[in-house]
Ligand binder design. Structure first.
Ligand code: URA
Length: 240
């Protein structure tokens, strides 16, 4: 027997966090009864319905996408905008592992494996997420050091980041800065720069753990291969 939210996520319906919201909202039934108790124990032998649809175990799929600008990284969008799911040809109910902003480009993983998504997103697993930002202004030590020391953003203490200034251009008054973090707070990288007085003009995620965008132009995707999936599992199980 497992916790209800875990079973829902393991069937690829949504992330565990989203499953908790659906349970709280009374949208989940077990054997015909609405369950709002968090942590209610079930197995797949129970008849579990989410929004009136019976959940079933699915084959797991794992994708890496080079997200273009102007696409939302949620499974559905209230405003009817194009989503990252629209870019991938699958009949499985996959969803993104974490989010990239509408105007952020780069590496996004998508899966219907709830545990995998949850583990990859958890900061305790210290998975490197490598971002490259083009910022307005000349990035100097006074900007970089606070980011390296850990800052408070929206009242939350965030962990130390690895920060490297890759290029400065005095003509255009811009800089290219690489930032490596393990967390994924909302708009984290943009807010970190904002806090030190630099505006982000462009943001791209170039790497997650050992995965890069090699061979994937903007908007293109591929399935992860078995070796990559195993390596990621080993990463989150600390068998690096
Ligand atoms: N940080 C941001 O500010 N935006 C993203 O899309 C990802 C990380």
């Amino acid at each position: 027997m497992e916790r209800l939210q875990k079973v829902i996520a393991s069937c690829g319906v949504c992330s565990r966090r989203k499953a908790e919201e659906l349970i709280q909202e009374g949208k989940v039934k077990v054997d015909g009864k609405i369950i709002t108790e968090m942590g209610f124990k079930v197995s797949l032998k129970n008849n579990i319905e989410v929004d009136g649809i019976k959940i079933q175990q699915q084959d797991k799929e794992y994708y890496i996408l080079n997200k273009p600008r102007g696409v939302v990284s949620t499974a559905r969008d209230d405003k009817g905008r194009k989503t990252v799911i629209d870019l991938i040809d699958t009949d499985k109910r996959i969803y993104p592992v974490g989010r990239l902003d509408y105007d952020t480009t780069g590496l996004l993983l998508l899966t219907n494996d709830g545990k995998f998504a949850n583990d990859l997103m958890h900061p305790k697993n210290e998975i490197d997420k490598v971002y490259v930002a083009k910022v307005k202004g000349i990035a100097k030590a006074e900007h970089v050091i606070p980011m390296q020391n850990g800052m408070v953003i929206d009242g939350i203490k965030i962990a130390k980041a690895k920060v490297k200034v890759k290029k400065t251009d005095f003509k255009t008054n811009t800089s290219i800065v690489e930032v490596i973090i393990h967390e994924g707070h909302n708009h984290q990288v943009k807010k970190m720069f904002e806090a030190v007085g630099l505006e982000v003009l462009k943001l791209k995620r170039e790497r997650i753990a050992f995965l890069t965008l090699k061979g994937l132009t903007s908007g293109k995707y591929r399935k992860l291969n078995a070796k990559e999936i195993k390596q990621l599992y080993d990463f989150v199980n600390h068998k690096k």
